[in-house]
Ligand binder design. Structure first.
Ligand code: MG
Length: 164
């Protein structure tokens, strides 16, 4: 079987007056992520990881933030569109492992819901979707609450032509 790995990273500024979406889940927080779409850093990192694994460029190449059709868009739509590109290239997700860096609030209570949302998009078991959270230990732009950052690695594998 043909396996490929991919990596993605995304960062967003945190500001008052925006929703905080992470992994397709709304997080209770006085601050939200600033950006053109709903600014879900975790889903954006996952998009880049799966696109990267298939050597299909990156999220900004396919869904430019200069294009008004993507203004305020639900990033689950971007992830579905990204995965469609990957599947069209003949691959499907094996597993993914991600880490979100955010000083507050604690993300642990939200992680099972994120796993559910993302596993439904990829049509895989929830144990194929790993999401971890850590802080910036009060240092730098993560630690002072100025921003959020997410990293993701994925493994994709070529789909057996008999299964298509
Ligand atoms: Mg982004």
């Amino acid at each position: 079987m043909n396996f490929r790995v991919g990596f993605g990273v995304d960062v967003h500024q945190l500001v008052e007056g925006r929703d905080l979406m992470i992994g397709g889940v709304k997080i209770e927080s006085p601050f939200g992520a600033l950006g053109h779409s709903d600014s879900d850093a975790l889903l954006h990192a996952i998009c880049d990881a799966i696109l990267g694994a298939a050597a299909l460029r990156d999220i900004g190449y396919h869904f430019p933030d200069t294009d008004n059709q993507y203004k305020g868009i639900d990033s689950k739509v971007l992830l579905k569109k990204s995965y469609d590109l990957v599947r069209s290239a003949g691959y499907q997700l094996g597993n993914m492992d991600a880490t979100v860096m955010l000083e507050a609030p604690k993300l642990s209570p939200y992680i099972p819901k994120m796993q559910q949302v993302i596993s439904e998009i990829f049509e895989v078991e929830e144990d194929c979707i790993s999401i971890k959270a850590t802080t910036g230990e009060k240092m730098g732009y993560i630690g002072n609450g100025e921003g959020i950052k997410a990293y993701c690695t994925v493994l994709i594998h070529q789909v057996d032509k008999h299964q298509i």
